[in-house]
Design a protein around this ligand. Structure first.
Ligand SMILES: C[S@@+](CC[C@H](N)C(=O)[O-])C[C@H]1O[C@@H](n2cnc3c(N)ncnc32)[C@H](O)[C@@H]1O
Length: 169
């Protein structure tokens, strides 16, 4: 477990159980519903542009909202999160019914990726939306730790808060 991981997990379980809207579930306290929607569309578009029928690893995926745009772009989605309540919601959401066959959800600690990397081949996009800071990591550290999972020519799509998206080789 990474530093502060179990406290973090309790926080997200509480949030999964109590939030009423998608905005409340992953939204940022200082944000607005409009900013949440804009951010969702922007991240989805960037991931779709880079996934090219490939595999997207969605680190700290929450309830898995990016699985639909990934599969619509011809990709395969692998979501990883430590919170079982999000996994349960991902299985229950009717709007994912048509795409789950091209998806996998793994419960794991994203701050200890070497413990589960062996379960997958290399991926084409590593997406981290609103999670790097949660783990207490810098973006540089995230890229260093996750680089072994990225295929040649693959990209990182890292998004923090609701207004910054970075794409890096
Ligand atoms: C702000 S939410 C973002 C969820 C999703 N990426 C999105 O944009 O909809 C942060 C997520 O990171 C997960 N998370 C935080 N630290 C984690 C860790 N060490 N291992 C696995 N998941 C973690 C939380 O459970 C939560 O689902």
């Amino acid at each position: 477990m990474g530093l502060g991981s179990s406290m973090n997990n309790a926080y997200w379980k509480h949030r999964a159980a109590n939030a009423k809207s998608d905005f409340e579930k992953v939204g940022w306290l200082e944000g607005t519903g409009e900013q949440f929607r804009d951010h969702h569309i922007a991240v989805s578009s960037v991931v779709q542009a880079f996934c090219k029928n490939g595999v997207v690893l969605d680190v700290g995926c929450g309830f898995g909202r990016f699985c639909v745009p990934v599969v619509l772009a011809g990709g395969h989605w692998i979501g990883v999160d430590q919170c079982e309540a999000w996994e349960a919601e991902w299985h229950a959401r009717p709007e994912y019914d048509g795409v789950r066959g091209s998806c996998e959800f793994l419960i794991a600690d994203c701050s200890d990726p070497s413990a589960w990397f062996h379960r997958f081949s290399k991926v084409d996009v590593i997406l981290a939306s609103g999670v790097v800071g949660n783990m207490g990591w810098t973006v540089d550290r995230f890229m260093q730790e996750y680089r072994p999972a990225l295929s040649d020519g693959g990209v990182f799509v890292v998004s923090s808060g609701f207004n910054l998206i970075e794409v890096r080789l």
